[in-house]
Each structure stands twice: as structure tokens, then as C-alpha cells.
Design a protein around this ligand. Structure first.
Ligand SMILES: Cc1cc2nc3c(=O)[nH]c(=O)nc-3n(C[C@H](O)[C@H](O)[C@H](O)COP(=O)(O)O)c2cc1C
Length: 231
């Protein structure tokens, strides 16, 4: 059965929310944390607290980090591993200008060299299971196609794709044509994310893309949790 993943939503899906949802609603296989970042060279204290084992007891949590290069990524992995986690998701999709102008989130997508050096760091950490969450590109939808050979060789358990550009933020339609190109040539387990509004969308996407390992849902699950409505 296809897995359903709760998308990371900064300011919403913190440990308190994840715990409430897992124990009261359920139906989700994994919960991705909002991105964990460095502040003055160390893991941000608020993010560290959110990852404390006692705040995530029994919950299938996946810590997500945001980094501009191998060094930042390694520091964040150290901090996350020190808290007992052996699972790290890398944010390669954040569309906030403050992040992408700093070369983080979707700001990584036009830089295959930096992406490769982060993948090299993943290769070094054999005891951690890695995944990435990405967009088609920052400025250009073909950036993901350029990255595909690197992605196919990386030690990844899952590639989540939200088929928009970074500069689009959440505007416009998802670009299913480019998603299709990426999907066809991606050798890694793949997860679709973006604008899933209900059960019918899940069935439609699954039918269209039978080799999907998972579907990640964000805003619709939050809405459903808020008013108890199931579409
Ligand atoms: C308020 C808000 C905060 C978000 N924070 C993150 C984040 O921390 N990490 C991340 O990878 N994506 C983040 N996203 C993107 C979502 O995880 C997801 O990719 C996006 O909402 C599209 O999925 P949906 O249409 O199912 O909501 C955020 C989106 C929103 C609206």
C-alpha cells in the first residue's frame, strides 16, 4: 500500500501538533519536521527542543534539515544524530527568498557541485537513512533533470518531488509534464507532493504513477485536522 506522509510545515507541524495528530487522528505513516537550521553555527535551540526524543515518543518522525553546503549539512547531521536519530531528510525545495538567496532549500537546485558534495557526506554516514524533498528547480524546471544522474547514484531512501519552481512559491499550477519526465527516469523510490486535496486526488495520482512509494500531503491534512472534515 502506498504510504501517506505528513509534509513539514514551518510554524504548524511542531512536536506538539505531530503528537496530537498521531495519537488522535492517525492514518499517516510518517511526519516530517519543519526544517531544522543552524543559528550562529549551531543547531537552533528551538529546533533542537522539537527533536527531543521525549517530545516524539512513539511517533514516526523524520527530522528535516536545511543546509547550503556539505559543512552545514554535516553539522546538522551531527546534531540530529546526537539526539538519537538515524534518519535525515534534506530540504532542497524551500521557496522563501531568505533561504534560496542563501543557497539553501530550492537555492541548492542550480548547483550540482554543491548537491554532489552533500551526497558525498551522506555516503560517509552509513548509519543514517537519508531522503530529499525537492522542487523542479529554482528558476528553471530542467534543473531537476540535470540533477537526476546525481540523485540516482545517491544513498537515498526516498525522493519527494513538489513539481513547482522555487520562485513560484505556491502560485500557479503544479507542472505534471516535468514531474512525469523526472518520474520516468528516477531510479530512487519516489514520493509525490503538491495540491493533494482529498481521497480522490490520492487515487488519481496513484493510478497515474504506479511506481510511487508515497504521497506527501500538507495543507489539506492541516485543514482536515482543524475542522474534522474529510473530503
Ligand atoms: C506554512 C508552510 C510552511 C512550510 N514549511 C516547510 C518546511 O519546513 N520544509 C519543507 O520541506 N516544506 C515546507 N513547506 C512546503 C510543504 O511541506 C509542502 O511541500 C507544500 O505545502 C505543498 O504540499 P501541499 O499542497 O500538500 O500542502 C511549507 C509550506 C507551507 C505552506
Amino acid at each position: 500500500m502506498i504510504r501517506i506522509l505528513f509534509a513539514p510545515l514551518q510554524g504548524i507541524t511542531d512536536a506538539k501538533f505531530r503528537s496530537w495528530h498521531f495519537y488522535n487522528k492517525g492514518g499517516v505513516d510518517e511526519y516530517y519536521t519543519p526544517f531544522v537550521r543552524l543559528e550562529k553555527g549551531r543547531i537552533r535551540e528551538k529546533d533542537r527542543r522539537d527533536l527531543l526524543p521525549e517530545r516524539n515518543k512513539g511517533i514516526p518522525t523524520v527530522p528535516q534539515v536545511i543546509a547550503r553546503d556539505r559543512e552545514e549539512f554535516a553539522r546538522l547531521c551531527d546534531a540530529v544524530q546526537k539526539l538519537g536519530w538515524n534518519r535525515v531528510d534534506l530540504n532542497m525545495g524551500c521557496p522563501y527568498p531568505m533561504q534560496y538567496n542563501g543557497g539553501r532549500g530550492s537555492g541548492l537546485l542550480p548547483h550540482p557541485d554543491r548537491v554532489q558534495s552533500i551526497f558525498d557526506e551522506m555516503h560517509q554516514r552509513k548509519d543514517v537513512v537519508f531522503s530529499i524533498k525537492m522542487r523542479l528547480g529554482l528558476h528553471d524546471r530542467h534543473e531537476c533533470i540535470t540533477l537526476l544522474p546525481l540523485i540516482n547514484e545517491a544513498p537515498l531512501a526516498l525522493v519527494t518531488m513538489h513539481p513547482r519552481l522555487g520562485i513560484q512559491q505556491y502560485k500557479g499550477e503544479v507542472d505534471m509534464e516535468t514531474f512525469d519526465m523526472f518520474y520516468q527516469d528516477c531510479d530512487q523510490p519516489i514520493c509525490y507532493n503538491g495540491d493533494i486535496k482529498g481521497y480522490e486526488d490520492i487515487v488519481r495520482i496513484q493510478k497515474q504513477y504506479p511506481k510511487l512509494s508515497a504521497i506527501m500531503i500538507g495543507r489539506a491534512l492541516v485543514e482536515q485536522a482543524r475542522d474534522g472534515r474529510v473530503k
